[in-house]
Design a protein around this ligand. Structure first.
Ligand code: FAD
Length: 228
């Protein structure tokens, strides 16, 4: 007879992946790299995983910075006291992490050129997307708090210097300032939800881009817990 407990474990093993933490370090003063040993997954650059931050019912979403078929790298911003931020601060090498398989539609499409816009957590998804693109024209802006928050992502970086990433007029302005080709390309806009909406509104309303050419992914917004 199968106990409820072992049936639950079988279900979790079917739905989730178990990885072991092999390394943790700070890539910027506020961005923590967590490396998991998790062989055999399928991942497309730009996709994310949903980590069990406080039991499998409290999951938080993190983009995959890199995956070589064995080691999966997450970059987690240390922003507050939510379950995700607490999990990232407390996890240690050797510990097991339960998470869902890589998923998500923030992935590049064939396009004449690509435009990226977002804040520091969006840059975690943009990094691998850019690395996979090859020789296609790329434009874009990432807004981070300070120069120390910059990740190795080859886009124009702007700094908020203490102002909020939420409803960021300065990111919209930075996208407005870009000298883009006349014809639309494909845009990938991620990060704080209201800023994402404002950047999309600029591209669609002011530049006449079709909505389908703008791939949006809200990552977080003030007052909302775990956007996905
Ligand atoms: C597809 C996707 C990919 C993501 N990739 C990454 C990633 O690679 N790295 C990463 O760090 N985050 C990433 N995020 C964002 C992350 O999932 C959220 O920040 C999540 O809310 C963190 O959980 P938490 O428990 O720490 O905070 P929660 O309890 O979920 O949120 C509490 C409050 O914290 C504040 N908050 C949340 N996130 C931020 C933030 N980034 N900056 C400032 N304030 C914030 C908000 O006011 C929110 O109401 C991603 C989200 C999505 C949907």
């Amino acid at each position: 007879m199968v106990s409820v407990r072992s049936a639950g474990k079988v279900l979790i093993d079917r739905l989730f992946v178990r990885g072991t933490v092999t390394a943790i370090d700070m890539v910027t003063p506020r961005m923590r790299r967590i490396v998991l040993d998790a062989p055999g997954l399928e991942w497309t650059p730009g996709q994310h995983v949903r980590v069990a931050a406080d039991g499998v019912m409290t999951r938080r979403t993190y983009s995959v910075w890199d995956y070589d078929g064995t080691s999966l790298e997450l970059y987690v911003l240390d922003h507050g006291e939510g379950p995700g931020a607490r999990w990232a601060r407390s996890v240690r090498p050797g510990q097991e992490v339960v998470f869902g398989k890589p998923e998500g539609n923030l992935v590049t499409r064939p396009s004449a050129y690509h435009l990226f816009a977002g804040e520091e957590t969006a840059a975690v998804a943009f990094g691998p997307m850019l690395r996979a693109l090859g020789e296609v024209p790329v434009y874009g802006v990432v807004e981070a708090d300070t120069p120390g928050d910059r990740l190795p992502v080859d886009l124009t970086w702007r700094f908020r210097e203490g102002t909020s990433a939420a409803s960021s007029d300065s990111l919209v302005q930075a996208v407005r300032d870009l000298d883009l080709p006349d014809e639309p390309g494909t845009a990938y806009v991620a990060g704080e939800a209201r800023t994402v909406q404002a950047v999309r509104a600029h591209l669609v309303r002011d530049r006449g881009w079709p909505r389908r050419s703008v791939v949006t992914k809200p990552f977080w917004t003030p007052g909302k817990k775990g956007m996905e």
